[in-house]
Design a protein around this ligand. Structure first.
Ligand code: URA
Length: 211
């Protein structure tokens, strides 16, 4: 598993405002979108391309275009939806599938309650987006799900991660083509499974507490 933790003052600045509990939802949503666009640049570093020749006004140019089959972006409902706009800005030709995975607040175990993804992901590059890599349970389930359907490689883009979550994903995906791109790696998880210092419940901060 490869891990990239962004180390950039613009990302740290935006994350500082995002973490602030007084930041209102509209600003929070805007910041999430901006952060994803910055993280997506690194996340798409290995996106598959094929050679193409174009004519400039002066001479032929040997360039590339995004390869087929198209990459697929999978936001994990509900908080991952807040990252979708930023991600498709960078990968406008990607397809989008949805996975609804929720964790049981008592056992902290994830369960799948919604799925809108092709059954066959053979040869597809998958970009999973979920703001918080906490216990890692949701991400492990999502990664297993897309690999079982034939995906070739998976990149997860998360805004904040925990050391416990990273270690769990590493152990569960050993030997497979997985890359994790994080805005920042925080200190730890608390007993309720929240990232410390974190930003609280990302879904609530994006969309409020209506379930
Ligand atoms: N999910 C969140 O939204 N926040 C956390 O801190 C952990 C999981």
């Amino acid at each position: 598993m490869r891990v990239h933790i962004a180390d950039h003052p613009l990302i740290t600045h935006k994350l500082t405002v995002l973490r602030d509990k007084t930041t209102p939802s509209p600003v929070f949503r805007q910041l999430v979108e901006e952060l994803v666009t910055l993280l997506a640049y690194e996340a798409t570093r290995d996106v598959h391309v094929t050679p193409v020749v174009v004519e400039t006004p002066v001479a032929p140019y040997n360039g590339v275009k995004l390869a087929r089959p198209r990459p697929i972006i999978v936001p994990i409902l509900r908080a991952g939806l807040g990252m979708l706009e930023g991600m498709v800005k960078l990968l406008p030709t990607a397809e989008v599938g949805f996975l609804g995975i929720k964790r049981d607040e008592e056992t902290l175990q994830p369960f799948t309650y919604a799925n809108r993804l092709p059954d066959d992901l053979t040869g597809r590059q998958v970009f999973i987006i979920d703001p918080m890599l906490a216990t890692g349970g949701t991400l492990i389930d999502s990664i297993n799900y897309v690999f079982e359907r034939g995906a070739t490689d998976v990149t997860a883009v998360c805004i904040i991660g925990s050391p416990e979550g990273l270690a769990a994903v590493e152990a569960a995906t050993h030997g497979r083509e997985v890359k994790i791109v994080l805005g920042q790696l925080d200190e730890k998880l608390n007993e309720q499974g929240y990232i410390v210092p974190g930003l609280g419940d990302a879904g609530d901060r994006l969309y409020g507490t209506a379930q």
